[in-house]
Design a protein around this ligand. Structure first.
Ligand code: NAD
Ligand code: WQD
Length: 344
């Protein structure tokens, strides 16, 4: 019998790619999403790629009774991947209570339901944002957690603590916390990708929209950082590579392969790429010239961060394999597909 996995936020950007990879690996997926930042069409698109329609429930994780009804309807959920969250850093500064409520209460509801329905473990979407500006690069999982730069970042830190405290208190569950670096790109079929809401705040969606002519020019926020070309450095991770790390994490939970009841892994490439290098890689991969301009620094930006992914490589047997050129090409093909569909 196929094992049943609940994916919250499964119609979102990373969630949808992960659902496809879970299905490819033989898991039976139930998606819960309130569609606050995604659309129900994504369920059709998942089916187009995998050939399997995942179960979908339009439910808000904040609603305990509705969430519980999913566990009773789909008996035998073995593990959860919890993507559902609000994720816009700037918005979190404007609306902190919305972020604290959504990101903390959703997780608390799931943790309360897990023992009652015999759910063995949870994979949680954490972020490299918990490290702030690391003192040592590449950053390992042992690096100290720095004071959060935003309410959003704080919710990730508190979420990690909530999971640890719950398991320390004796709850019969396990957890894997995946700290993602900067997820980019789209499915190679261009059937799934990121659908930014309004003006994109993240680099790659803004870049592809500029290349498409939707935005006039890309602003590069600062060229006076202490980096080789002066622009910030990030670890850009392909979204399908990232999705596959979740499948391995689920397998690890279900097959009792964990060394600790709570494990933490960096999910990045280990390669630090500057914003300007990324722009040039995009131009090379797509042959499209990008209109960009150096402007002042953006408040709150980290100068440089990239992962030491050795623990994930060695313990999970997971490694990022996609090249930056292929990843940027996938982002561009997705942008072209959006135009074809008349979206932006
Ligand atoms: P996304 O917004 O595309 O996906 C999140 C999904 O969760 C959306 O479909 C949204 O409708 C849903 N959702 C939000 N609140 C909900 C609720 N209360 N109940 C049910 N559904 C709800 O975001 P994403 O980029 O796919 O991110 C997924 C997770 O990964 C998030 O937890 C995010 O914080 C984390 N993360 C993202 C990045 C990134 O750069 N994209 C980096 C690190 C961590
Ligand atoms: C990347 C680099 C910008 C836009 C954010 C969150 C983080 C995580 C991932 C969830 C930076 C530069 C950007 C633009 C630019 N999310 N940039 N022009 O800030 O690394 O991380 O998303 O957990 O928590 O903070 O990602 O894509 O916004 O920026 O020059 O128009 O691109 O200054 O150096 P960031 P980003």
């Amino acid at each position: 019998m196929k094992e049943k996995i609940l994916v919250t936020g499964g119609t979102g950007y990373i969630g949808s790619h992960t659902v496809v990879e879970l299905q490819n690996a033989g898991y039976d997926v139930v998606i819960v999403d309130n569609l606050s930042n995604s659309s129900a069409d994504v369920v059709d698109n998942i089916e187009k790629i995998s050939g399997i329609r995942p179960a979908f429930e339009e439910v808000d994780c904040l609603n305990f009774a509705d969430l519980e009804s999913v566990f009773s309807k789909y008996q035998g959920i073995k593990a959860i991947i919890h993507f559902a969250a609000s994720k816009a850093v700037g918005e979190s500064v404007q609306k902190p209570l919305l972020y604290y409520r959504n990101n903390l209460v959703s997780l608390i509801n799931l943790l309360e339901l897990m023992p009652k329905y015999d759910v063995k473990g949870i994979v949680f979407s954490s972020s490299c944002t918990v490290y702030g500006q690391p003192d040592i690069l590449p950053v390992t999982e042992q690096a100290p957690i720095k004071k959060a730069e935003s309410p959003y970042g704080n919710t990730k830190q508190i979420n990690e603590e909530i999971i640890r405290d719950t398991i320390t208190s004796g709850a019969p569950i396990n957890a894997i916390l995946l700290r993602y670096f900067n997820p980019i790109g789209a499915h190679p079929t261009a059937i799934l990708g990121e659908l930014p809401n309004g003006v994109p705040q993240n680099l790659v969606p803004y870049l592809t929209q500029t290349a498409m002519g939707i935005r006039e020019k890309l602003s590069v926020f600062g060229d006076d950082y202490n980096t080789p070309d002066g622009s910030c450095i990030r670890d850009f991770i392909n979204v399908v590579d990232l999705a596959k790390a979740h499948v391995i994490a689920i397998h690890r939970i279900l097959d009792d392969l964990q060394k600790d009841k709570v494990e933490v892994f960096n999910i990045g490439t280990g390669i630090g790429l500057s914003v300007l290098q990324l722009i040039h890689a995009f131009e090379k991969a797509t042959g499209v010239k990008l209109n960009y301009q150096i402007v002042g620094r953006r408040a709150g930006d980290i100068e440089k961060v990239w992962a030491d992914p050795a623990l994930a490589n060695n313990e999970l047997g997971w490694t990022a394999v996609e090249t930056i050129e292929d990843t940027l090409l996938s982002a561009w093909n997705w942008q072209l597909k959006l135009r074809e569909k008349g979206i932006q």
